[in-house]
Design a protein around this ligand. Structure first.
Ligand code: 13P
Length: 287
């Protein structure tokens, strides 16, 4: 079922208060949407966010991907939100809100503080008219959203706890994405979260925190974050890699008969299995 904005925010709040997290899985096409939905259905009521967002719109087109995600969520028995990931565009935010998105992320992290506040406040105002909840970002996360670039962290771009408190109070957001050593995509070097910084942000910022860039993050790094206010965890590269590996393994037997459907099926099933593993990492029992 597609959650309403209020139900989605309730699910996020429950996760925040209980010490587990909702996964935000990035979807690009039919197979990734279906793979994510199947994982949600296999995960016993754990709410899941399909992130049919700004960057994937560039591949699939906004209308087709938006409709696909909303339709798949509506038809499913699982508790699903549909979330706009990383949007800098108020028109795009409005279009997704009007279509029925549960939540949106307005990303003004590239802007000076005052401009980020201004953009975010306007997104919050628009979301309230549609009953949706809003995530914003403060501090900049290195790396690319669609390709692993072996990004490294620059400490100067991490989220400042005092600014985070001010940002949340001024904007009225429902969730805050933080930069605490996390990066988008896989890296060949180990990633260590700055837990002291995360804990300082959590202490002064009364909203659930969001950890982007969770692909490749070991459980030993992830679980302490769930005790420090992180209630939403974004994963993309892990699903992309699973999809590609399965497609590559299937390709030799698919080529002779041009059996493209067998590739899509293999990719979709791999996305499901990868998403199920992530959801298990985020459950209260293992947190
Ligand atoms: P990864 O690129 O590490 O999978 O993170 C995804 C993400 O943060 C999407 O917003």
């Amino acid at each position: 079922m597609l959650l309403t904005g209020a139900e989605g925010l309730k699910a996020l709040t429950e996760a925040y208060e209980t010490g587990y997290a909702l996964p935000g899985f990035v979807a690009y096409n039919l197979e990734t949407v279906q793979g994510i939905v199947a994982a949600a259905e296999a995960s016993e009521g754990h709410p899941v966010l399909i992130q049919a967002g700004s960057s994937p719109f560039g591949h699939a087109g906004r209308e087709p991907l938006m409709r696909l995600a909303l339709d798949a969520a509506t038809r499913s028995t699982a508790r699903l939100g549909v979330h706009l990931d990383h949007s800098r565009d108020l028109n795009e935010i409005t279009a997704c809100l009007e279509a029925g998105y549960t939540s949106v992320m307005v990303d003004g992290s590239h802007l000076p503080f005052a401009e980020n506040v201004k953009l975010t406040k306007e997104a919050v105002r628009r979301a309230r008219d549609h009953g949706a909840w809003v995530e914003a970002e403060l501090g900049a996360l290195p790396g690319d959203e669609d390709v692993s670039t072996n990004a490294t962290v620059a400490p100067s771009t991490m989220t400042d706890p005092a600014q985070a408190a001010e940002f949340a109070a001024e904007t009225g957001i429902d969730a805050l994405a933080v930069a605490v050593g996390n990066v988008h995509g896989f890296t060949t070097h180990e990633i260590h979260l700055d837990l002291a910084r995360l804990s300082a942000i959590h202490a002064v910022t009364p909203v659930p925190l969001v950890l982007h860039g969770a692909s490749g993050l070991p459980t030993a790094e992830l679980h302490p974050a769930l005790t420090q206010g992180v209630a939403k965890v974004n994963v993309n590269a892990e699903l992309r890699r699973a999809y590609l590996q399965a497609v590559a393994a299937q390709l030799p037997s698919a080529l002779p008969g041009s059996d493209v459907v067998s590739l899509w099926r293999a990719g979709r099933e791999a996305v499901t299995q990868a998403a199920i593993r992530v959801i298990a990492q985020l459950t209260p029992q293992s947190a």
